[in-house]
Design a protein around this ligand. Structure first.
Ligand code: GAF
Length: 358
């Protein structure tokens, strides 16, 4: 795939292209973070997962330069921490590697996805930049292009940042649809099969409550827990693989339960997923367990950690009119232990990445 509209005049003194050739020079794109409803640590094990895109998102404003430089700013990143820049450099390198004629760029990022908070701020960042570049080059964002971008973003993360992630986050950020979760089957990791699954929880008086434990964990640490779990699965660790097998069964059962609007069953499957992640996969932490246990004791239908674990977020299925009480109970349990207050978001399945302007 090659871009068009990339020609920029080279005589602009401030490094900015003009529009005299008619090319679009500034594109604004938005890509969402995600929550995984069920199917954890299955993507890199050839299995099934069921994430959805959320309303929290990253917005990239990308302007073509007349030189080769990449200049970038982030409204939210800590100025002393420049690790996020590797994600951008990786995306540009991967797209150039595909033959896309990506010029030098000025990139301004702003995000409502908590950075490093388990809602896939990294995929939102990568996909917002990739989508803006596609817009800049005039590449239509059809299904094929979206998959190409998702895969380039995954490689940016694995090959440039050193975070050996599995591909779920980038795929759902690119392919998410409002009102739907995305069933992803990684049986053939090179061409994951995707099926939208309508998720009418709100219509049935329920809510999906995400709770950020405020415990941070980086997937980029190759010696850290995430990379270690991948290696354990690759070498056939029986307990880890038992989680993967039972989790795949739970995803299938969850899709069936959703189809029947059997929310009680979905809740039970979510909670069973958490137990398996805690006992067999050993990626939970006391804060995640406390949120899950407290929400369940307060009447939630199901609750589990979501994402890679070792911190990050939980997702809880709860009656809409019980959200306030569930939040208050979790906050109180945190206070009792003297932990910094968690952050809650009621989330709904939203659309995948898109160009906002022009
Ligand atoms: C992280 C990774 F980025 C995903 O690829 C996936 O493996 C997930 O952890 C665990 O299900 O979000």
């Amino acid at each position: 795939m090659s871009g068009r509209g990339t020609a920029v005049t080279l005589d602009e003194p401030a490094g900015r292209p003009t529009r005299q050739d008619g090319a679009v020079v500034t594109v604004v794109a938005r890509a969402p973070g995600r929550v995984n409803l069920i199917g954890e640590h299955t993507d890199y094990n050839g299995g099934l997962c069921l994430p959805f895109a959320i309303q929290l998102a990253t917005t990239a404003t990308v302007t073509a330069r007349t030189d080769d430089q990449l200049r970038m700013t982030s409204a939210e990143a800590n100025p002393a921490d420049t690790t996020w820049q590797a994600y951008v450099v990786g995306v540009v390198a991967e797209l150039r590697g595909l033959g896309w004629q990506v010029p030098g760029l000025d990139i301004a990022l702003t995000s409502t996805v908590p950075l490093g908070g388990g809602l896939s701020s990294s995929a939102a960042l990568e996909c917002s930049v990739a989508t803006a570049i596609a817009g800049l080059l005039g590449v239509p964002l059809d299904d094929r292009a979206r998959r190409t971008l998702a895969d380039a973003c995954r490689r940016a993360e694995t090959d440039h940042v050193g975070a050996p992630t599995g591909g779920m986050d980038q795929l759902v950020s690119m392919l998410g649809a409002a009102g739907h979760a995305l069933l992803i089957d990684f049986a053939d990791p090179a061409t994951p099969a995707t099926t939208p699954v309508a998720l009418p929880v709100t219509a049935d008086g329920l809510a999906l409550l995400v709770t950020d434990t405020r415990v941070r964990h980086s997937l980029a640490d190759g010696d850290g827990g995430y990379g270690q779990r991948r290696r354990e699965c690759a070498t056939g660790d029986a307990r880890r693989l038992r989680h993967v097998a039972t989790e795949n069964d739970r995803v299938r059962a969850a899709v069936a339960a959703i189809g029947e609007r059997d929310w009680r069953e979905l809740g039970l499957l979510m909670t069973a997923s958490h137990t398996s992640l805690r006992e067999d996969y050993e990626v939970s932490v006391p804060q995640l367990d406390l949120v899950v246990d407290t929400a369940l004791s307060r009447g939630a239908m199901g609750s589990r950690m979501t994402g890679g674990g070792f911190g990050g977020c939980t997702i809880t299925l709860v009656a809409a009119d019980e959200v306030v009480a569930a939040r208050a109970a979790v906050d109180a349990a945190y206070r009792e232990r003297g932990w910094a207050a968690p952050v809650h978001h009621v989330v709904e399945p939203g659309p995948g990445a898109r160009v906002l302007s022009p």
